[in-house]
Design a protein. Structure first.
Length: 348
């Protein structure tokens, strides 16, 4: 296309040159609630009707994950010309569930990108690649982000490859009529070696530790371990990792509610009824009580999660990985069950 020339009096201005200068001033910023209407217009123009997110969906994502809604803007006047929007999931791959929800816990997280949009009038100027590079640079500074996931159509795979993504393969997600391919960018988070972890535990074990007792040392756990508040029984003592070399604080006093051994309203995984000879403290032969923690893992001082086994995730000490200490459901858990016999009790 020939360049468009704009006449202003006797001065002739090349429109392409002006626009090129404006793109040199491109900047990136979080997309605000006030920009949701503009973002939705870009979304509708960029995707077929059966693939485009609704205005409500964009507003939801901005409200729950504002740090992951990044816009590309031109200045004076400030104008949104492109954006990337994502939410968090603990899943290492993209699923229908991870595309529909925002689950910032447990960590580390996958950033699940839903849209990469650039306005039609601003395409073929490298904005999408710059936006992706800026997005990844920001995510790399977030230690709890393990990877970035997205699905794209075949013709866009080279763009994401240039940004640093690797193709995983065809996606199981069905969205619209065309097939999708999953792309992934893993961050190289340096994990401590096993020797480093053991050395840290040994250093901790050399320090004086607050006393902790095992469940089996209490004659009447239902009363010895609890206090009553408006007919609800809570944990009297802090719950700790039972491994003597660790003893990390897991749950503060008064957070867990007591569920007695004879309660039948919840069926617990069979693993908690089986002997476990390698567990660092003696476990009772019969049924034990449970601590119910609600409504989110933020109630814990320290907790780890296993990968899903069936539809269950097991709880562990986040410091030394001892487990299982309890369990929760895989998807959208609001109840976290801690086995009362598999934790220590800090009585002083």
């Amino acid at each position: 296309m020939d360049s468009v020339r704009i006449w202003t009096g006797s001065n002739r201005v090349n429109h392409n040159t002006v626009m090129s200068q404006r793109y040199d001033e491109l900047f990136f910023d979080r997309v605000s609630p006030e920009d949701m209407g503009d973002a939705h217009e870009l979304e509708k123009a960029g995707y077929p009707a059966d693939e485009a997110a609704s205005l409500d969906a964009l507003r939801y994502r901005q409200s729950v994950a504002p740090d992951f809604f990044l816009g590309a803007y031109l200045p004076t006047p400030r104008a949104l010309v492109g954006f990337i929007v994502a939410t968090l999931s603990p899943s290492p791959t993209l699923t229908h569930h991870s595309m529909e929800t925002h689950e910032p816990e447990p960590k580390p997280s996958s950033v699940c990108i839903h849209s990469v949009c650039v306005g039609f009038a601003h395409q073929r100027r490298g904005i999408a690649l710059k936006l992706l590079q800026e997005y990844l640079k920001r995510l790399e500074q977030m230690p709890d982000v393990a990877r970035v996931l997205l699905i794209c159509k075949a013709h866009l795979k080279p763009l994401y490859a240039r940004a640093g993504f690797t193709e995983v393969g065809p996606s199981a997600v069905v969205h619209g009529q065309d097939p999708w391919f999953e792309m992934c960018k893993e961050f190289d988070r340096k994990q401590p070696s096993q020797a480093t972890v053991l050395a840290a535990l040994q250093a901790q074990s050399a320090r004086p530790k607050p006393a902790q007792q095992a469940y089996t040392s209490f004659d009447h756990p239902s009363t010895d371990l609890t206090f009553d508040d408006q007919s609800v029984r809570y944990n009297t003592f802090k719950l700790t990792c039972p491994r003597p070399q660790c003893g990390s604080l897991i749950l503060s006093r008064g957070v867990g509610t007591w569920v007695p051994p004879d309660d039948t309203t919840t069926t617990h995984p069979e693993i908690f009824t089986l002997p476990q000879s390698e567990f660092p403290i003696a476990l009772p032969d019969g049924p034990t009580g449970w601590w119910l923690v609600k409504p989110s893992p933020m109630q814990f001082e320290n907790i780890g999660f296993s990968r899903a086994v069936g539809e269950i995730k097991y709880l562990s000490c986040a410091e030394c990985d001892l487990g299982p200490l309890g369990w929760c459901v895989e998807r959208g858990p609001t109840e976290f069950w801690v086995n009362a016999a598999r934790v220590g009790y800090r009585t002083m």
